[in-house]
Design a protein around this ligand. Structure first.
Ligand SMILES: C[S@@+](CC[C@H](N)C(=O)[O-])C[C@H]1O[C@@H](n2cnc3c(N)ncnc32)[C@H](O)[C@@H]1O
Length: 273
């Protein structure tokens, strides 16, 4: 059953399927949220049956919905996404919120591992932070984050590892460091969905052989950048977040763990003594 039809000169009539038909096709392909994705796809390609057909084919092949639509919602903003750059996740909106809750006007923020720049742009949108420095080792991420940050002149993006590109004048002056680093170990890749395995870059997911190597470097360097009373907030794998909280307590100051949207321990944070 179809609700309307269009004509493609080369391929003949192109029809628009119903929401139930799209959802059924996605369900059969193993897509985890077929009903919601069907709605997003139908809304994303109004009056474009051929584009919609291609989008449904891509989603059924387990390409992430956000890459098909070209954007991802993140808190109160929308960021552009692109192939070769990690797609921001809903749980990271909680991480951004933990940072935002600790910021006052004029604050200085560093966000290593920025990807699309979603966290930095959300902070710029929601707070009066005066300087937000984001870094990433992936040149495609840096280019995209710069594009997403265009409306936010307080965000600067550097192609660098962790703190390498950061102005040394910020040593000991930073209010909040916020980071969603790569934190899986290589063995965990066997358990991830095709959307993640086939589309997020490996170095965005895997934090070295132990899964914890990027976090170890981040935690060791953080106290040099934080001002006294400054915060660091890190997203982590639930299986390792305890280790991260302990390392933060050792290197930075009193630490705690916060849950994600599903109640799993996910975020480690600490305040520099
Ligand atoms: C899990 S993704 C998070 C991206 C983004 N912050 C978000 O939450 O959507 C991790 C990001 O860290 C970057 N990355 C990996 N190792 C890095 C390093 N040593 N320094 C800076 N960025 C790094 C990857 O390229 C990737 O963009």
């Amino acid at each position: 059953m179809t609700d309307h039809a269009d004509t493609d000169a080369a391929a003949g009539p192109v029809t628009t399927p119903t929401r139930a038909e799209v959802a059924e096709r996605l369900r059969a392909a193993g897509v985890p949220s077929p009903d919601a994705d069907a709605r997003w796809l139908l809304e994303g390609f109004p009056s474009d049956p051929a584009g919609l057909a291609d989008a449904i084919r891509r989603r059924a092949a387990r390409e992430p919905l956000q890459l098909i639509l070209g954007t991802a919602p993140f808190r109160w903003i929308e960021v552009q996404v692109a192939a070769g750059v990690f797609v921001p996740r809903p749980e990271t909106e909680v991480l951004a919120g933990l940072a935002i809750d600790r910021l006052s006007d004029g604050a200085i923020v560093i966000e290593p591992c920025t990807g699309t720049g979603a966290i930095s742009c959300a902070i710029a949108h929601e707070t009066g932070a005066s300087r937000i420095v984001a870094t990433d080792i992936n040149p495609r991420a840096v280019e995209l984050a710069k594009r997403n940050a265009r409306p936010h002149p307080q965000v600067e993006v550097h192609h660098a590892s962790l703190f390498a590109g950061v102005d040394p004048a910020l040593l000991g002056a930073v209010d909040v460091i916020v980071c969603n680093p790569p934190y899986l170990d290589p063995a965990q890749m066997a358990g991830v969905d095709p959307e993640v395995r086939d589309h997020d870059p490996y170095e965005a997911l895997v934090g070295g052989e132990s899964g914890w190597e990027v976090i170890a470097d981040l935690v060791a360097a953080a106290p040099h950048w934080l001002k006294p009373g400054g915060w660091i907030v890190i997203e982590d794998d639930p299986s390792r977040v305890d280790q991260t909280a302990q390392a933060l307590a050792h290197h930075v100051g009193p630490s705690s763990i916060e849950p994600d949207l599903t109640g799993r321990d996910r975020f480690a944070m600490a305040r520099r003594a």
